[in-house]
Design a binder for this molecule. Structure first.
Ligand code: AMP
Length: 302
């Protein structure tokens, strides 16, 4: 079953304590789509400018991503420049040029509007809602957001959350949105705002899933070196939603497996700059790391 994702496709210039990358392919929808494409067919709705290279179109197409919803417009593709601190949970935005993304208005084709699985990556909640208005009756809707919308568009965001099944958010955003410092209390408040599940991403500390009657936590895969954390959250969401679409299941055990797959994909993407690691990734490597992940948390293991 295919997944529809709506979000940004950008170029990123990145600086981390391990080095630099100039104008690497990035954007939330890109990381999500590439990660999800290892599990299920993906349809991407986004916008790029005239400077978007054919080689990247070819790469995304080769991954089986349906680009019929990728709008090519006169102007520049969005650009973001970020620098990470020694503590890579901290980063500064050095430049942001939204380019053609500044007046992005997602439009779904009749085919896209029938998508059973939908992920609303981090964009203006008003646009996220406009996507929901264009959808028939999707089975599963997930969404992400960021500080900018929590503080600037709270009413729209709260309206959106009433219509979303799964909220995927990082810990800092969860605190800001809920007004609670403690992450468990924050999650409880977020559940009261509408979603049936809240997944809180905690960077190198892993992910916790909350539903009204369960809590499930996985650590991040222990890596000796993290080269570039950009897009780790979107990649997590791609692996997570991808596995849900592949298995078609929403049982507690299917969701738990999907969370581990999401964590596996995120653990790969941070091993190189931008999408570098995912470009070279194989199914075998994913399966092997999934098994390592399972044994990492096997409390009965020898
Ligand atoms: P993450 O590391 O999960 O926050 O995702 C980073 C990605 O978000 C980068 O690839 C950026 O291109 C993209 N990005 C940065 N700023 C924005 C923005 N204002 N709107 C949409 N996407 C953005």
């Amino acid at each position: 079953m295919s997944i529809l994702v709506v979000g940004s496709v950008f170029f990123d210039s990145l600086e981390t304590p391990h080095g630099k990358a100039e104008r690497a392919l990035g954007g939330a929808a890109t990381y999500f789509s590439v990660a999800a494409s290892f599990f299920a067919p993906v349809r991407m709705v986004a916008t790029v400018g005239e400077d978007f290279p054919q080689a990247e179109i070819d790469f995304l197409t080769k991954r089986g991503i349906d680009l019929s919803g990728l709008e090519h417009r006169k102007g520049r593709t969005g650009f973001w420049k970020g620098r990470y601190h020694e503590d890579m949970n901290q980063r500064d935005t050095l430049a942001l040029d939204l380019g053609v993304f500044s007046d992005f208005e997602p439009k779904l084709s009749p085919e896209h509007s029938k998508s059973p699985y939908v992920f609303l990556a981090n964009i203006d909640p008003q646009l996220q809602e406009s996507v929901l208005d264009q959808l028939g009756a999707p089975g599963v809707v997930g969404c992400d957001t960021m500080n900018h919308w929590i503080t600037g568009s709270r009413d729209q965001l709260e309206r959106l959350l009433k219509r979303v099944g799964i909220l995927v958010i990082n810990d800092e955003e969860a605190r800001l949105l809920s007004g609670e410092r403690n992450i468990v209390r924050a999650a409880r408040k977020l559940l009261q705002m509408g979603p049936e599940r809240v997944l809180i991403k905690r960077g190198e500390y892993g992910v916790i899933q909350f539903s009204p009657d369960s809590v499930f936590a996985v650590p991040a895969f222990p890596l000796e070196e993290v080269f570039d954390p950009t897009g780790a959250g979107d990649t997590f969401a791609g692996g997570f939603m991808g596995e849900i679409a592949r298995s078609g299941g929403l049982s507690e055990s299917s969701l738990r497996r999907a969370i581990v797959y999401g964590s596996v994909m995120a653990s790969f993407v941070v091993e190189d700059f931008g999408l570098g690691r995912l470009r070279a990734l194989t199914q075998d490597e994913i399966d092997r790391r999934y098994r390592q992940f399972v044994s990492l948390t096997d409390i009965d293991g020898a």
